[in-house]
Design a protein around this ligand. Sequence first.
Ligand SMILES: Cc1cc2nc3c(=O)[nH]c(=O)nc-3n(C[C@H](O)[C@H](O)[C@H](O)COP(=O)(O)OP(=O)(O)OC[C@H]3O[C@@H](n4cnc5c(N)ncnc54)[C@H](O)[C@@H]3O)c2cc1C
Ligand code: FES
Length: 274
Amino acid sequence: MNENPLMPQVAEIIEIVPETEDGDVKTFVVENEGGFAYRPGQCAMLSVLGVGECMISISSNHIEGAPLEFSVQRVGRVTDALHDLEVGHRVGVRGPYGNAFPLDDWKGKNLLFIGGGIGLAPLRPVINRCLQRRDDFGEMQLIYGARSPGNLCFKRELYDNWAEDPDIDVALTVDEGDDDWDGAVALVPHYLEELAPASEDTVAITCGPPIMIRFTIEALKRLGFADDDIVTTLELKMQCGVGKCGRCNIGSKYVCVDGPVFTYEQLKSVPQEY
Ligand SMILES: Cc1cc2nc3c(=O)[nH]c(=O)nc-3n(C[C@H](O)[C@H](O)[C@H](O)COP(=O)(O)OP(=O)(O)OC[C@H]3O[C@@H](n4cnc5c(N)ncnc54)[C@H](O)[C@@H]3O)c2cc1C
Ligand code: FES
């Protein structure tokens, strides 16, 4: 981390991986000279010179010296500008920010990851980290969905790495299939209830659009998951990333420093304004 946490490092884009068929999500692989130590679940502010900056989860695997990866959905001013960049262009990166996923608290438990759309970005490094520490955990399952087959992100993990790994069970669903799709067609929370994974000794970790998270938490409660065993991430609008500007507070908490990872038990005690 920089000595000044607000000072961006300059990073060069060395690869751009299209994630979705419509081109709305791309993974930017960047290299920065200063190095960047982070933990799964943390994020960073990415900036485009003359345009602005936005908070993005670090989606790369936690490998010493490996380039950073950011998977970005095009939704507005800064993300549009990022999508217009090419290999060789430079971006600013400051961070890492946030509290990361508490892997050590999950030792001995089964892990159920539930993602929707770009929500797989922060889950990808934590899933891979848990697979590296396989003996620390029980069963591992991922339930992941997107609007359409073409909108599923990280296809190399979904169809190769994880699909062929006996240590994790992957269940995919889409809101709307196509002629080639022979998998499940259901919204993520409905598919979760259909699969009805056992809640005993299991931590459910969910990340996705707010509406998906809301209905997923309701489904997990009906399946018997304890509030402490439901872990989610919050995506409030952010500016400083270091708990100074007050942009991202919910109740007494700042999502940029106390989060973005929270248990449902923690969220119950803050105003429901996220
Ligand atoms: C902790 C954290 C991690 C994130 N990780 C990722 C990631 O890995 N990949 C990714 O693509 N995006 C991620 N986001 C969301 C990303 O920060 C926003 O999409 C981005 O700031 C939009 O900037 P913009 O200038 O392109 O859009 P703007 O022009 O500012 O806004 C476009 C539209 O998006 C809405 N919007 C902007 N920011 C947010 C937000 N934070 N939450 C909900 N709606 C928003 C605006 O209200 C507006 O409707 C993350 C956000 C947070 C807080
Ligand atoms: S983004 Fe400034 S306080 Fe959280």
